[in-house]
Design a protein around this ligand. Sequence first.
Ligand code: HEC
Length: 233
Amino acid sequence: MIRYALPLCLLLAASCDSGDIYPEQRHPEEVQMNIHATFRFANTGAFPQNYRIVWGAFTGTSPYPLAFETVAPAGDTWNATPLQTVPRGADRMALALAEKNENKTRYVFREFRIDNTVPDMNIAETVDLATFSRIQAQVFTPQCIQCHGAGGMAAGLNLTEGNAYGQLAGVPANADNSDKYRVAKHSIRNSFLIDVLTSRPETVTTNHTTLSTLDAADDVALISAWIMSGNTE
Ligand code: HEC
């Protein structure tokens, strides 16, 4: 017993200082868990280059993770580093889209409630990266509705949540003279939305190619992957 006293004390320096004797109080900021997670991704063309996808522990309504790991899949699959602890106060684990320069999350792909009475979580899920709800959260709501919905109705186009899909898919474009749709499923070429965001159609006076305040390339890649996927709302 004595032989191990010193190394143990060094290893658990905090508990020696505070005089704690109960193992569960050595790291009061952490809770013992056992979390394994594997994700497979569908529509990997929408995997972001500059935004990041994070796997993290969250609490309450905060969009910032308490602790996280950046997702970097090999092919279409990613295995999270197994977790033995989560920060105290964390109420869920989530796979989320975070802004490129900080950890603020914009969209949650999946979330899993943490239940301390069931400390083992084994998660294996397939996640579609090219969903319309992600486009709404990543692009339309933060970057477009000030002119298309909340602050006006430019081109008669409403991109607010709950309205945007019905205003795009299969709807003929206003400011176009070539019979294109705003969005034509499975066709980038026939989707005027992509023309507006990537070029400057002469019928559109507002230059949309420089409007993106977050990351234009990731936004266009996401919308393109969604159009090609044929996904609906
Ligand atoms: C600063 C205001 C402004 C913002 C922000 C804006 N738009 Fe526009 N948008 C316009 C105006 C004005 C038109 C009408 C065409 C023109 O410029 O004369 C238009 C036209 C369009 C059209 C053509 C619609 C049609 O039926 O012809 C699409 C598609 C479009 N915008 C998508 C977007 C998307 C997506 C975003 C966000 C990334 C966005 N816009 C952000 C002002 C804006």
